[in-house]
Design a protein around this ligand. Structure first.
Ligand SMILES: [Zn+2]
Length: 597
């Protein structure tokens, strides 16, 4: 075990980096091959926690180091995976107790570094006070008896302050809902769970959870997983089945004394959708139960059984975001039916979107924070596909029009390479148009809609963490096409997105029209794309597709079609299927409102 390579995710772990000497951390950053040769022996020897061997050992040739292992109790920071969080939380006081069950990887060690807030108390290591603990940047190092591998239970208490962060509701807050009741919300988000206690906030980590919530007798509490109410002041949620969940969505506890649970639609052994709303709540009232039932049948048919049990709770609340996708537990904004209709049916669209996240985001999750775009793109695109196939005409069209406007006015590429990177929240609210259009809608004419859907289903078919590159690979596998140039042109980039402008001219000749299209962009990129153009005459119109293909070598394209009358009007992308500039040069188009959900 002395030469075992740690799992892939830990190679990028900042916490793990802290456990090794600075000079070596730089080498880790330079190349993984170095890690494969020397990681394990150094974890054993070079740390601040246990006895440190002399420096000459660290500078020895690689082959000497590889044999430096001796079967004594290992010391130093170990790499571990948190397999379960048991979190006790009191809604009235914010008092919390975190219990982390961890699998320790060989070669082991005697200390663990984990992110945590300042102010932990009653820290315990396998039930006993730790041999040593100290604050480190953004967290805590806790040390106990050394072990090569196995399990460690870390416990700590913390009082979560009534405080929110980054101009969002993330944090712990109380708000009055429209009916005058107090809504309490412990809300986590990407890389934030260490605000509530010790927590490994890496996005690619999936774990089990047990929430034990203490509350007032009249308080109705929802939390992720299977929900029970052992007594009048305790609500318990367990997420301990085979399907694990990420921290970003799982640390979530919401309560309202006036919520009344009401089963909205149910098919035994398949799904049971239960609304938690206050009397007079508008969400369930604005939805049709048969429509919701039909949608749940469809999405379960496409993606498989609901990942966290058949019960799906939907609570209405005074939130800023339109909705959030906690496992088995959705929180929707209480006034969705009253908001401006950027989507034709805000309530149904948001509900469908959050349901998709049970698979896309929760069961299968983000490798890195900047993979955020794929989870929103899939939630939006599958919602759109259902609107297209089964909802009243006009819904899908309006969704496309809103996406297109969001995308044209986006500030970033879907997976930006800006240095320094954009503020995460700014990027997150920026991807709801570019994501679904560039990753899926725009690929429909190039790959076929069936191949796009097959790619998504393949991508989501196994639990685990996935990146934007993994999505490209899944779409390539489903279509048999090389998407490298497409992703290079559309997905990755720095600075203001350089979307193409299509200059189209026509020439009439004996009953035919020849269209000449010129792609123009600042960079001169040849965008792989198929864009529709609508030709209109006095009595006829015709939709013509300009197909540049997936690896265009020219910015110019000629297409000749029969069209027996003078062309009066040419409209590029009349159905909002392609991200393209509407004006050449600096666009003065104002961005639309951007929702997070
Ligand atoms: Zn979403």
């Amino acid at each position: 075990m002395g030469s075992r390579v740690p799992p892939r995710s830990s190679l990028h772990d900042k916490d793990a980096m802290r456990s090794i000497p600075g000079w070596f951390a730089k080498k880790v950053a330079r190349g993984l091959a170095v890690v494969a040769l020397t990681w394990s022996p150094l974890v054993l020897t070079g740390t601040g926690c246990g006895p440190t061997e002399d420096a000459s050992e660290q500078e020895a040739p690689l082959d000497t180091r590889a044999h430096s292992f001796t079967p004594m109790a290992p010391s130093g920071d170990f790499t571990a995976q948190v397999t379960r969080y048991e979190y006790e939380f009191a809604t009235q006081t914010g008092a919390a107790k975190s219990t982390l069950l961890m699998d320790v990887y060989p070669p082991g060690g005697d200390c663990f570094v984990v992110k945590a807030p300042q102010g932990l108390t009653e820290v315990h290591w396998n039930g006993n006070p730790p041999l040593r603990s100290e604050s480190v940047e953004d967290g805590i190092r806790v040390c106990g008896p050394g072990l090569f591998a196995g399990q460690v239970k870390l416990e700590a208490r913390f009082t979560v302050p009534l405080q929110t962060y980054d101009f969002t509701q993330v944090g712990f807050s109380r708000r009055t809902d429209k009916a005058g009741n107090t809504f309490s919300y412990l809300l986590n988000w990407v890389e934030g769970c260490d605000r509530f206690g010790p927590c490994d906030d890496r996005t690619d980590q999936l774990a089990q959870y047990v929430f034990t919530i203490k509350h007032a007798q009249n308080e109705r509490v929802v939390c992720p997983g299977q929900r029970t109410r052992p007594d009048n002041t305790t609500t318990k949620c367990t997420l301990t089945g085979l399907t694990k969940a990420p921290t970003y969505s799982s640390f979530a506890v919401a309560s309202n004394p006036a919520w009344v649970p009401s089963t909205f639609t149910e098919v035994s052994n398949k799904f049971k959708l239960v609304f938690y709303e206050v009397p007079g709540g508008k969400l369930a009232a604005s939805l049709n139960a048969n429509d919701v039932k039909a949608y749940l049948h469809w999405i379960i048919g496409e993606l498989g059984p609901l990942p966290y049990g058949t019960e799906l709770r939907v609570a209405g609340a005074p939130t800023e975001w339109l909705g959030v996708e906690h496992p088995a537990n959705l929180i929707l904004r209480e006034d969705l039916p009253d908001l401006r209709r950027d989507y034709a049916n805000m309530t149904m669209h948001t509900l469908m979107h959050e349901v998709v996240h049970q698979w896309a985001g929760n069961r299968t999750t983000l490798s890195r924070p900047f993979d955020f775009v794929w989870k929103e793109a899939i939630a939006e695109y599958l919602t759109y596909l259902y609107e297209l196939r089964a909802r009243p005409s006009g819904e899908a069209e309006q969704t496309r029009a809103y996406w297109d406007r969001l995308a044209r006015t986006a500030a970033y590429y879907p997976q930006p390479q800006d240095d320094p990177p954009p503020v995460f929240l700014s990027l997150a609210s920026d991807v709801y148009g570019t994501g679904p259009m560039i990753l899926f809608l725009q690929l429909e004419p190039l790959l076929g809609q069936d191949a796009v859907l097959r790619g998504i289903k393949g991508f989501l078919s196994q639990p685990g963490d996935r990146s934007v590159d993994d999505l490209r690979a899944a779409l390539e596998q489903a279509s048999g096409k090389n998407l490298g140039p497409y992703f290079d042109a559309w997905v990755h980039g720095a600075g203001d997105p350089d979307w193409p402008y299509f200059e189209v001219s026509t020439e009439e000749d004996d009953g035919d029209v020849t269209l000449t299209a010129l792609q123009r962009s600042v960079s001169g990129t040849h965008y792989p794309v198929a864009v529709d153009v609508l030709l209109e005459g006095a009595t006829q119109s015709k939709l013509v597709t300009l197909d540049y293909g997936l690896e265009p070598e020219s910015d110019t394209l000629h297409v000749t079609v029969p069209f027996p009358e003078p062309v009066l009007q040419v409209t590029v992308d009349p159905e909002n299927r392609v991200v393209n500039r509407r004006f050449l040069g600096v666009s003065d188009e104002p961005p639309p409102p951007r929702w997070l959900f």
